[in-house]
Design a protein around this ligand. Sequence first.
Ligand code: AMP
Ligand code: TRP
Length: 327
Amino acid sequence: MKRVFSGVQPTGNIHIGNYLGALKQFVELQDENECIYCIVDMHSITLPQEPKELKKHILDVAALYMAVGLDPKKSTIFVQSQVPGHAQLSWVLTCSSYTGELSRMTQFKDKSKGKESAPAGIFTYPVLMAADILLYDTDIVPVGNDQKQHIELCRDLAIRINNRFDKKVFVVPDGRFMKSGARIMALDDPSAKMSKSAPNPKSRISLLDEPGAIKKAIMSATTDSEGTIRFDLEEKPGISNLLNIYSAFSGLAVEDIEKKYEGCGYGAFKKDLVEVTVDALAPIRERFGEIRNSKELTDALKDGAEKANAISEKTMQRVYKTFGLGI
Ligand code: AMP
Ligand code: TRP
């Protein structure tokens, strides 16, 4: 059995891009593997968070994990800050990282924009992410393409430390990336990735959106003036994005959807897509409502933190011994 680890930041507005790119993979993997899924709250404070909002978002993401189908009997679900090993291993890995390689991370370059006042946390963010993964002897990390460079750094660190001590201190993990079709673009601008933080709420469909909001976002989605429903990323990025969403939620192949809507206008196609999306998200919203304030949720997180801690403590003993730390 392979060990799987992944995490999502509790920063609100979890959208269908997060779902189709990451969360859906998490659910698929849980039957055949030993899966550990984390709510990475320590990553989210790399940018200032309002404490009350952060608490709420942590429980929202945990409830969403379960609402999309993660089963705490099969998968370990927990909150990062409840397991001290993440911060402990992060420091050890920081001391094995080079400032040069961290400076080359595109996410750091984008977010710091070369400013002196850039928070040091966005510089060391990928080291904490490597600690998350290596702490659990992870084999597979399901994430979106945007995390490829961070996974590469994690592998480099594991290999570097294994070579230095000439033994297998860490398992070297592999990323599991989504197919290009699962990259969901913003509805108002199909050249940008759908994102949690874009100012226009109609640019995304959040997993908990009411049917009315879903309808508004889809009906106003940017298309083109050609009038035919055809997949063409270059010429028709808006319609292609909508076709991807339709396909992911209905299970139909894109070609079959194209055939179904031959001769139809964009209005009819969008109206049906609203229905497909509302139907797909309704059970998630319903389950979220049942679980968000339940004891089942807090019990699952408590149990998850205990299980994660047990694995983490063993790894940290091995790591401290290898590095000669402690007495
Ligand atoms: P984040 O929103 O950065 O916390 O990302 C959580 C997970 O969702 C990561 O694995 C991302 O790669 C993935 N993800 C984020 N945005 C998208 C998108 N627009 N399409 C597909 N996957 C995404
Ligand atoms: N950096 C990831 C993101 O923004 C979140 C994350 C943190 C993560 N630690 C992780 C993903 C460990 C996979 C494994 O999406």
